[in-house]
Design a protein around this ligand. Structure first.
Ligand code: BDR
Ligand code: CA
Length: 314
């Protein structure tokens, strides 16, 4: 097998964030260096706690977890307890974590890691608001060309918005950070709602996760049954979109996905469309491509991959 790819996941768990982290921990193609947390779905005090609970669940109390920014760069924090529950990880009852919180600030950890590891070796997978990543870029521009790639969950084009009529949650919460990241020149793969809305946690898919029979499978089934209820009511679908694991699955099996290189710009001025990702999908502008925008996936293969991999965890 080829060398595992070094990865930092930047996250605001979140049930779908949890599955992304578990998928990375269960996959030999990935060397998860650390997990950095940010305020998003719930405040930072809860996202860092939830990340540590997820490491415990995977039997990985050795994993390094860092706390980062407790608010977006410019705007006040917006959270999503209406989707994720009061804890951010409602569903299963998970014990207080043994995995410690590292003392170092997440932004310092990202900068130090990019400077320490070989240039072009570390992938970043931001699956929450982009505040930590943008702050690292602003504080240490020398690290920007050292990033191998950024694979992020955020934005939407044909599916438009899930937190406002025009904007997806992760980008809406910190559009100024998103603007910095999309202008950075780093190769970006973007998993917008256009693809994640095709990755539905159908009843049979959640049942297959529960049927693994390990504690991770049961906990994930309980998380998804809580998480999907909001989107099922909103969209009238069987299951809700499993957004964040698309990023990690792309690293493992990119042939599951389809997309095209596009220009993506972020709206930071208009109150009406704040945080909108303006994707030039039809190539009607002369603006340069700055992201590979994913629009489709083989959802059965995606869920099979997750189920197979989570079966290797405790
Ligand atoms: C994104 O927002 C959060 O609620 C999810 O964890 C995901 O990262 C989807 O819009
Ligand atoms: Ca998330």
């Amino acid at each position: 097998m080829t060398q595992p790819q070094s990865l930092i996941i930047d996250t605001d768990p979140g049930q779908d964030d949890a599955v992304a982290i578990l998928l990375a921990l269960a996959s030999p193609e990935i060397n998860l260096l650390g997990i950095t947390t940010v305020a998003g779905n719930v405040p930072l005090a809860l996202t860092q706690l939830n990340a540590r609970k997820i490491c415990d669940l995977a039997g990985r109390t050795d994993m390094q977890v860092f706390a980062g920014l407790d608010r977006p760069l410019v705007r006040p924090l917006v959270t999503a307890e209406h989707v994720h529950g009061r804890t951010g990880l409602d569903g299963p009852v998970l014990p207080d974590p043994e995995t410690p919180l590292q003392e170092q600030h997440a932004v310092d950890y990202i900068i130090d890691t990019l400077r320490r590891e070989p240039a072009g070796s570390v992938t970043l997978a931001p699956i929450g608001p982009l505040s930590n990543i943008a702050m690292a870029m602003q504080r240490a521009p020398d690290t920007i060309p050292r990033i191998r790639q950024i694979i992020l969950m955020g934005g939407a084009y044909f599916e438009v918005g899930n937190i406002t009529p025009a904007a997806e949650f992760n980008i809406y919460v910190d559009p100024h950070a998103a603007q910095i990241v999309f202008a950075s020149g780093v190769p970006i793969t973007m998993m917008p709602l256009d693809v994640t809305h095709k990755a539905l946690t159908r009843t049979d898919r959640v049942a297959a996760l529960r049927a693994i029979g390990n504690r991770t499978g049961v906990a994930v089934a309980e998380m998804l049954e809580f998480f999907e209820r909001f989107d099922e009511a909103k969209y009238g679908s069987d299951g809700g979109p499993l957004h964040d694991p698309c990023t990690v699955a792309w690293m493992i099996a990119p042939d599951i996905f389809n997309g095209r290189p596009c220009n993506v710009e972020i709206e930071t001025a208009s109150p009406l469309t704040m945080g909108m990702t303006v994707v030039d999908w039809w190539q009607v502008s002369s603006r340069p491509h700055n992201a590979l925008v994913i629009g489709d996936l083989d959802a059965d293969r995606f869920f099979s991959l997750i189920t197979e991999r989570l079966a290797t965890l405790p």
